[in-house]
Design a protein around this ligand. Sequence first.
Ligand SMILES: N[C@@H](CCC(=O)N[C@@H](CS)C(=O)NCC(=O)O)C(=O)O
Length: 174
Amino acid sequence: MIDRDAGDFAVFESGAILIYLAEKTGRLMPTDSKGRSLVLQWLMFQMGGVGPMMGQTNVFFRYFPEKIQPAIDRYQNETRRLLGVLNARLQDHEYLAGAYSIADIANWSWVRTHKWSGVEVDDLPNLQRWLKQIAARPAAQKGIAVPYEIKTMDHGEGDEAKQLAIDIRKMVQR
Ligand SMILES: N[C@@H](CCC(=O)N[C@@H](CS)C(=O)NCC(=O)O)C(=O)O
């Protein structure tokens, strides 16, 4: 991301971009130490867990031409475990860290594509409630349409999904 209003200041890594934007606008992250820490904890949970694990699940489940079952199992199981942690947290919390925050934005952006990773969440009711709740937010709908919306990732099946997997496969380093 390049902040044109700040002398073309460049920020990389999605977590760092979200923190930069939250601090710059004073929105979506509290400023008190505890509130801020809670948001950062759940943001880091995505950065260090959900993102990399779902990323690898997709690599082995969707993109690799060879089906290496132990690798698929390993990453799908780890993704499932992480989604279970989110589900437990969401049992008595409407959002991950107090009010709706950059922690929800970061985690939701990955978790919403769980079907693409071949991971079902039927037995995770709190996670499903949270997924729907955020999906109903107009700004979230606007966000996933940038640069364009890939609906296939929601469904994870059909000819369009096959084509998308072929296209992404070309980008994956083996
Ligand atoms: N760490 C980067 C994102 C990297 C990332 O999420 N890459 C995805 C693809 S969009 C991935 O996990 N790919 C797996 C791989 O290429 O091995 C960030 O959060 O900005």
